[in-house]
Design a protein around this ligand. Structure first.
Ligand SMILES: *Cc1c(COP(=O)(O)O)cnc(C)c1O
Length: 340
């Protein structure tokens, strides 16, 4: 059996999740008549401490709807240079919403209030681009699943609120941050103007994300979702998977975190200098390797799939479909691939 650690997006719905999907009451959600979607939106909004929420097909759409609500065309977004919104959404902020971006360098992608404060220019006058918003990604994907400390986010909120700059949370993996830190979801959520969350990463739903914000902003997001072709009909069948995941797959993320830590420990023991297990905070393990493509290919020969962040870094992600035994096998294969 292949152990697939490329991403936590590769999970397949469990049979209990499929049963919940099959039984979901549905209606036409473009008419606002799907009770299962309405229930998911209500629950996610409540969890995040917001008034309202809207279901979207992808996390990218949830992020981009959030950004366009906060930043007018020609105005500026500030974020770290490894943020998903600037690296992995194909320039959507510029291409779809006319948003310009400036970034600051980051190692692990943690919230950096000083860097934002140094870059932002909220009312830059008639010659310079004015800053409208900034993004925090928590946990940070390309940063290696790092958790941003609540105190740092609070400090950033104070700085941006004083300047009239808005904040979007890319919370694709906010569930992992919540489980790893014990911080309530609403404590994170209430510090942001808009929040996106993914149901199809560690939570294991096949499809779906949610954007939460004020009722007024969410109403506007619905218009833009439809305009972009994201108005879906009997989509309660997918929302049901999300509701099932909220009930059954949040607390268990602690298992994914323990397995990621274990993977890092075994690899560190086998190959000195490849990783510091102390750097693993959630379900993402980033390994420094001499030649990522070669190590990846050797692992593949032994049915272990990992991803490459760049030519010198591999990424392994634990998830719902990877148990203790699979992680142990992946660790052994990684060690032998790194030694070869
Ligand atoms: C996966 C991910 C998204 C959204 O991805 P989609 O594939 O569009 O659902 C957004 N932000 C982060 C940090 C992610 O890891």
């Amino acid at each position: 059996m292949t152990v697939d650690l490329r991403s936590d997006t590769v999970t397949r719905p469990t049979s209990a999740m499929r049963a919940a999907m099959a039984e979901a009451p549905v209606g036409d959600d473009v008419y606002g008549e799907d009770p299962t979607v309405a229930e998911l939106e209500r629950r996610v909004a409540e969890l995040l401490g917001h008034e309202a929420a809207v279901f979207t097909p992808t996390g990218s759409m949830a992020n981009q709807l959030g950004l366009r609500l906060l930043v007018a065309p020609g105005q500026e977004l500030i974020c770290d240079d490894a943020a998903h919104v600037v690296r992995a959404e194909l320039g959507a902020a510029a291409a779809v919403s006319g948003i310009t971006t400036r970034t600051f360098p980051t190692a692990a992608g943690r919230c950096d209030p000083e860097a934002v404060a140094a870059l932002m220019r909220p009312d830059a006058g008639p010659y310079m681009v004015s800053t409208s918003a900034t993004v925090v990604e928590n946990t940070h994907n390309f940063g290696g699943g790092t958790v941003s400390p609540l105190d740092d986010i609070r400090r950033l909120r104070k700085i941006t609120s004083d300047a009239g700059v808005r904040m979007h949370l890319d919370g694709a993996r906010i569930w992992n941050a919540h489980v790893a830190s014990g911080t309530p979801l609403s404590s994170y959520g209430e510090l942001f103007d808009t929040v996106s969350v993914c149901l199809s990463k560690g939570l294991g739903a096949p499809v779906g994300s949610v954007l939460a914000s004020s009722a007024e902003r969410v109403a506007e997001a619905r218009v833009w979702r439809k305009r972009l072709g994201g108005g879906m009909r009997q989509v309660g069948i997918l929302a049901a998977a999300g509701l099932h995941a909220l009930d059954h797959h949040v607390d268990r993320l602690a298992d994914d975190h323990a397995r990621a830590k274990r993977l890092a420990e075994v690899v560190a023991e086998g190959v000195a200098g490849s990783i510091d297990p102390g750097s693993v905070e959630t379900n993402i393990v980033v390994l420094e390797v001499p030649d990522a493509a070669r190590v990846m290919a050797r692992c593949r020969e032994q049915d272990v799939l990992v991803g490459a962040l760049d030519s010198r870094h591999l990424r392994a992600v634990t998830h719902l479909d990877v148990d203790d035994e699979a992680v142990d096998r992946a660790a052994r294969v990684l060690v032998s691939a790194l030694r070869a």
